[in-house]
Design a binder for this molecule. Structure first.
Ligand code: LCV
Length: 265
């Protein structure tokens, strides 16, 4: 089976009028964001180009886990940057942020790690009462990347971002609505219709005007002037972390299904 076919197996694409629907479907691995699954997501978006005025990104109906985040088995552990610019997850996040129509994340179940960045890279987030959101690099000893942090800084209060990164604890549905992680919290019985109705409403508006406003908001919210010296300092700090024994311990513990023992070195 070709790689493209595998990817299409992991992410289903569906056209419903001018709404494109991408469904994550690798529950055996809790929709972990592997390079194959992410390729299916990016290919699905590209396949919608010129055909849709709104996209819904979802998982299968009523899953307990929307996505378990980055596929940990694919994280670079050769002392190179595990979340580099060319990482398949970063490529997928940019594809969503640069897609010329609104992408709505429809979330049921738990969202972990890089999948939280994926959801927050969508333009609108609709969730039900089973949703929760966690960012988990502290469980792996991994230094999150600067672009990812900027995604969060532009969207959420700094104290919430710190709590999520420092505790790696899931934010439950009600709190996610209170903090503005989600636009709407609706019941699991209503979420399908509610999300599709919003997508259909968007389809009745001027697509060029929407595409330009989306692009303007992306450019303006991403525009955080960082002096080269500061960027290099940040990269130096991150290198110390992904070079650390703790990162190796975090990966080993995950793969051996045991709790990590971090030594701070
Ligand atoms: C590969 C997986 C994964 C997975 N990768 O089911 O945010 S950052 O910076 O940390 C970033 C680098 C990132 O996103 O890292 C990943 C962060 N994700 C997590 O920490 C969540 C890890 N997963 C879990 O805690 C559990 O799997 C949850 C709670 C999501 C679901 O638990 P449940 O008991 O329902 P299992 O743990 O049994 O997982 C089912 C299969 O999916 C694999 C896991 O190894 C298992 O595979 P096997 O059946 O082959 O043993 N899996 C789960 N998450 N992120 N593989």
């Amino acid at each position: 089976m070709s790689s493209a076919t595998v990817s299409q197996e992991l992410v289903h694409s569906e056209l419903r009028g001018e709404v494109g629907i991408l469904t994550l479907d690798n529950y055996a691995k809790r929709n972990a964001l592997s390079r194959e699954l992410l390729r299916g997501l990016v290919d699905g978006l590209q396949g919608f180009s010129g055909k849709v005025r709104a996209v819904i990104l979802r998982a299968e109906q009523d899953v307990k886990v929307w996505s378990a985040g980055h596929d940990v088995t694919e994280l670079a552990h050769d002392k190179s940057d595990p979340l580099a610019y060319g990482d398949p997850l970063e490529v997928a996040l940019r594809a969503i942020r640069n897609f010329p129509a609104p992408v709505i994340a429809m979330v049921q179940g738990s969202v972990w790690g890089g999948a939280f960045d994926l959801v927050m890279s969508c333009d609108i987030v609709i969730a039900d009462e089973t949703a929760s959101f966690a960012i988990t690099p502290a469980n792996l000893g991994l230094p999150y990347n600067t672009a990812g942090l900027l995604h969060f800084i532009g969207r959420l209060p700094l104290n919430l971002i710190k709590e999520m990164f420092f505790t790696a604890a899931p934010i439950k549905a009600q709190d996610s609505a209170r903090w503005g992680i989600v636009n709407h919290l609706v019941s699991s019985t209503d979420i399908d219709n509610f999300t599709f109705a919003m997508a259909q409403e968007i389809c009745t508006k001027a697509p060029l005007a929407i595409a330009v406003v989306k692009e303007q908001l992306t450019v303006l919210s991403d525009y955080e002037p960082i002096a080269a010296q500061i960027f290099e300092h940040i990269e130096d700090l991150r290198r110390k972390v992904y070079d650390s024994e703790d990162f190796q311990e975090g990966l080993s513990a995950f793969l051996q299904k045991r709790r990590p023992s971090f030594q701070g070195k």
